[in-house]
Design a protein around this ligand. Structure first.
Ligand code: SAM
Length: 229
């Protein structure tokens, strides 16, 4: 069972996605619990302000420390300690090792930024693993939070329908992309399925898949092969 708290100013942007497919089913089966926390509700002023102008000037607004500190403290008081993940382009890039690590936690807290990002004291005063989706800038952390959530949830035992499929995915075996897949029809617009996949010889299929995975990795991602460093 994985419990996830997502702190966001736009819970409705996340709601539809987490109710669908594997994440929706995992919640219905009691293997995953997702709580959306709108941290605006922890702002104490009349207008429920969560952002303010940056000290020193400059464009844009900065997320204030107080509502976020209060929201985090409230979640941990009510539910227990969380592995806290801050979504930011300045973080370490999300990969399968992080997903595997997060999937073993009892409770995750994901903090989505907006505007120019966070008051630095949110970083200084709380303990975070800072995660980025890559070298580009999104308008908010929600898509990054969903990527962390889904990549971790897939690895929680019992969440995927076919346990084997996560083990065969790209990056599951260190340093390999997934092999090519085919389904019916056997011929589509003149393109055929490799003979071996139609042969019924399971051992030959396994050998072919392993070889294809290695070839594909060598061609597209030689950097991840174990002997590349
Ligand atoms: N001024 C910030 C900077 O340049 O690093 C960018 C702020 S961005 C417009 C607003 C929020 O989107 C960030 O606080 C973060 O939560 C999220 N975000 C943007 N790009 C991201 C990325 N590559 N990975 C993870 N989160 C990202």
């Amino acid at each position: 069972m994985l419990e996830v708290h997502i702190l966001t100013l736009f819970p409705e942007a996340i709601k539809a996605y987490i109710g669908t497919s594997i994440l929706g089913r995992a919640q219905a089966d009691g293997k995953l619990a997702i709580h959306l926390v709108d941290f605006r509700q922890f702002s104490t002023d009349r207008h429920r302000t969560v952002d303010d102008r940056p000290f020193g000037g400059g464009p844009g607004m900065v997320l204030k420390a107080e509502p976020i500190f209060t929201a985090v403290e409230q979640v941990e008081q009510n539910h227990g300690p969380c592995r806290k993940i801050l979504l930011t382009p300045a973080g370490q890039v999300l990969n399968q090792d992080f997903a595997a690590d997060f999937s073993t936690e009892e409770r995750l807290l994901l903090l989505c930024g907006r505007y120019e990002g966070f008051d630095e004291r949110i970083r200084q005063g709380l303990e975070w693993t800072e995660i980025s989706l890559g070298d580009f800038v999104l308008s908010g952390g929600e898509i990054a939070a969903l990527a962390v959530l889904e990549s971790a949830a897939r690895l929680v035992p019992g969440i995927l329908g076919h346990e084997e499929s996560a083990k065969q995915d790209s990056f599951a075996k260190p340093g390999l992309l997934d092999h090519p897949h085919f389904t019916r029809p056997a011929v589509f617009r003149g393109m055929t399925v490799p003979e071996v996949l139609l042969s019924g010889d399971h051992q030959a299929v396994e050998v072919w898949r392993a070889e294809q995975a290695r070839k594909r990795t060598l061609k597209r991602r030689p950097d991840i092969l174990p002997d590349s460093n």
